[in-house]
Design a binder for this molecule. Structure first.
Ligand SMILES: [Zn+2]
Ligand SMILES: [Zn+2]
Length: 460
């Protein structure tokens, strides 16, 4: 009876419009309480005109600081600062960067921003997209100030997440941060954002078509925590943004509204759980790996969501390959044992491959490494449960075609060659992306079954 009640509550929550989800809290079927502490979200034309009114309602007042990228100072002056002043919100500008350099999402930079904030400041507002929002979130956490976010591009799903993705010594870290008090996504501002950033937003959220399968697979094989609610929360918007892909790529009011709604919901799906897992699986690890390689080789990286979109297609195809592999017929445990890498050889490999970043990578990867004796038991369990595993994963893996088509229609990259990568490079990247994080994903499964390389050759 209690379960039925909870299911009813979940159903009524997922049917809500995105802005109506603020402030919810309920006991879930997974045994945990989920809450959204953000107090106000607005995704509409003229959202920014409501800042003062909402500040009054939320009890935010006093001396404010506005954080933004100095490279877009002209735009911020016109569209944000002036609009706030017109409402009677006079706020001290804190431009970040020298106006030329591309800001890096580094923990160090967020600390330097925090150091610059005047004593006596009562609240912070960020006006920007992914990097500036994440820098502001961590700076606000460091100086313990409430903050609000004004979105300037629908380029990623972090606005509504209670975490900041920042790098520490080159490695992307997910830091838990108190949520924003309010998020303002003004369609009039967002439609003006560069088209590549809009496509990046779509790439980031199409990962929903597969990333929850990685979370689920970890539960099925490793007995880790899983909750179906975050996926269900985002399922409502998924067909809408896939359908509206062409309009999204054209930056129309309708397309941007649908996309922004999707990215906000995707962010909330992480906030309710308190980790990035519901919006980030192997496709994100592949993208983080590409970032790390770009850093190591001094190359310029592509936008986060642009990479994630391409990686999503690859991981969808990988899942398809694994699912159709006749595992019971072809798996050879003694061959697996012979090829299985010892702790020592993995360590040596990581040292050689990652150099100065090896220490961080080791910390992540050895969370999931097992000695052969335990790995053998795990593989035997996987083979025994093979049909059940796929039945359970099925709802979380969507067909590749509609996702690929949507990215194409929006004009976004769909193939690794669009990112300037070769097949041989990506085969190698797929082998190495699993080292980036301690979580078990399709990449680990394919490796454990010793089919990752043959799958890569076929699907790429
Ligand atoms: Zn739950
Ligand atoms: Zn992402």
């Amino acid at each position: 009876m209690k379960d039925r009640n909870v299911k009813g509550i979940i159903q009524s929550i997922i049917e809500k419009e995105t802005d109506e989800l603020m402030g919810i809290s309920f006991s879930c079927v997974c045994g945990r309480t989920h809450a959204i502490p953000i107090e106000y979200l607005s995704v509409k034309k003229g959202a920014i005109l409501e800042v003062k009114h909402q500040m009054d309602k939320l009890g935010v007042s006093g001396n404010g600081g506005l954080i933004y990228d100095k490279r877009i100072e002209g735009n911020i002056g016109k569209k944000v600062l002036q609009t706030l002043e017109d409402q009677g919100v006079f706020i001290k500008p804190y431009p970040v960067g020298d106006g030329n350099e591309i800001l890096k999402p580094e923990i160090e930079l967020s600390k330097r921003i925090a150091d610059r904030i005047d004593t006596g400041t009562d609240y912070l507002i960020s006006a920007g997209s992914g990097v500036v929002s994440d820098l502001t979130k961590n700076a606000a956490a460091l100086v313990e100030l409430p903050f609000m976010l004004i979105a300037t591009a629908p380029s990623m799903n972090g606005y509504t997440s209670s975490m900041a993705a920042l790098t520490d010594k080159g490695i992307k870290k997910t830091l838990m941060i108190p949520s924003a008090k309010a998020v303002f996504a003004d369609i009039n501002i967002l439609t003006d954002s560069p088209i590549e950033m809009i496509r990046s937003g779509l790439g980031d959220i199409v990962s929903k078509s597969v990333c929850n399968a990685d979370w689920k697979i970890s539960q099925l094989i490793k007995n880790t925590y899983f909750c179906p609610f975050p996926y269900r929360l985002t399922a409502k918007t998924e067909p809408l943004y896939l359908e509206a892909a062409e309009q999204i790529g054209q930056g129309t009011d309708y397309g941007i509204k649908i996309l922004t709604d999707g990215i906000m919901r995707s962010g909330l799906s992480m906030t309710v759980i308190g980790t990035s897992t519901p919006s980030s699986g192997a496709e994100h690890f592949l993208s983080h790996h590409w970032d790390l390689m770009a850093l190591k080789e001094g190359k310029e990286k592509h936008l986060h969501g642009v990479q994630v979109g391409v990686a999503t297609i690859i991981i969808l195809k990988l899942y398809d390959y694994i699912r159709n592999y006749p595992v019971r017929k072809r798996l050879n445990l003694s061959k697996l044992k012979k090829n299985y890498q010892s702790r020592k050889s993995v360590h040596t490999f990581i040292e050689q491959q990652y150099g100065e970043y090896a220490e961080e990578i080791n910390k992540e990867y050895f969370q999931k490494y097992m000695d052969w004796k335990d790995k053998k038991k795990e593989i035997e369990y996987i083979i025994e449960k093979w049909p059940d595993i796929w039945n359970e994963l099925d709802p979380y893996i969507h067909p590749t075609k509609p996702v690929e088509e949507a990215l194409k229609k929006s004009g976004a990259a769909v193939h690794y060659s669009h990112l300037g990568k070769t097949k041989d490079e990506v085969i190698c990247d797929l082998r190495n992306a699993m080292f980036i994080r301690g979580r078990y994903t399709a990449l680990d499964l394919a490796k454990d079954l010793d089919i990752l390389d043959e799958a890569s050759v076929k699907i790429l």
